[in-house]
Ligand binder design. Structure first.
Ligand code: NAP
Length: 244
């Protein structure tokens, strides 16, 4: 029977490429989206046309009840969830003194709480099967910190602590938990950067280019399959050497 992957925030960017890569590897694919209904439906149509078993489910994963429903529906549609990719995320650039309580709560809600909600809901099922893979999409800024992105960096660093602790807790149940920490990847998240900023980032990157969504998605797939069986609690940088 085919394995099933749930990818949060799969309507665009890294999440949508993860959906394509897992589909090509034969998984049933749950495409979660929140606001980008059209993009999610277009991706769903693309996968269905290839004969892939896939579904698009709307859920704001920063909301506990909606995250629970996403996982419950995925399990009942496909009989289980083998891989959870906690990818949904938002960024924002602000001086820390300008960050409001609402900004802070939203940043934690989408980038960190969502991973807790989805993981908590899927774990009993994975523990029961004594197998599962959880991949959390952090960031280089969760490792190094970024000026004017303190709330983002804190949320992404939180995901790293979450990953390490959980890997210890559920390893004996046959479940691996890892973080992928991308560098600068060409997606909507970076569309506000100017050409000059992008050139400067390329120059600072040893391999001399920005990352692609496929660079990240291939690592997520690697960790999800037999190739990743002995890797857990790790933070894998996919950043072209930007941080070494
Ligand atoms: P993106 O192109 O802006 O896409 C973000 C995705 O997250 C969208 O599919 C969006 O869905 C979804 N999302 C946002 N809020 C959501 C919510 N409340 N509930 C469900 N889904 C939600 O960003 P990306 O670059 O692909 O980023 C993906 C992940 O990689 C994020 O966690 C990000 O922090 C991380 N990352 C990105 C970079 C980079 O340079 N791009 C670097 C390091 C880490 P809707 O549009 O449907 O709402």
């Amino acid at each position: 029977m085919s394995k099933t992957v749930v990818i949060t925030g799969a309507s665009r960017g890294i999440g949508s490429q993860c959906a394509r890569v897992f589909a090509a590897a034969g998984y049933n694919v749950v495409i979660n989206y929140n606001k980008s209904e059209e993009r999610a439906q277009a991706l769903l149509a693309e996968l269905l046309a290839q004969g892939i078993s896939a579904v698009a489910i709307k859920a704001d994963v920063s909301d506990s009840a909606q995250a629970n429903a996403l996982i419950e529906n995925s399990i009942s549609l496909f009989g289980g969830v083998d891989v959870l990719v906690n990818n949904a995320g938002i960024g924002e650039q602000k001086l820390i003194t300008d960050v409001t309580d609402e900004d802070w709560a939203r940043m934690m809600g989408v980038n960190l709480n969502s991973a807790f909600y989805c993981t908590r809901k899927v774990l009993p099922h994975m523990i029961n099967k004594k197998s599962g893979r959880i991949i959390n999409i952090s960031s280089i800024w969760g490792v190094c910190g970024a000026s004017c992105e303190v709330h983002y960096s804190a949320a992404k660093a939180g995901l790293i602590g979450f990953t390490k602790a959980l890997a210890k807790e559920v390893g004996p149940s046959g479940i691996t938990v890892n973080c992928v920490a991308p560098g600068v990847i060409e997606t909507d998240m970076n569309k506000a950067l100017s050409e000059d900023d992008l050139d400067a980032l390329c120059e600072e990157t040893p391999v001399g280019r920005l990352g692609t969504t496929d660079d990240v998605a291939q690592m997520v797939l690697f960790l999800s399959q037999e190739s990743g069986a002995f890797i857990t609690g790790q933070v894998i940088g996919v950043n072209g050497g930007f941080v070494i």
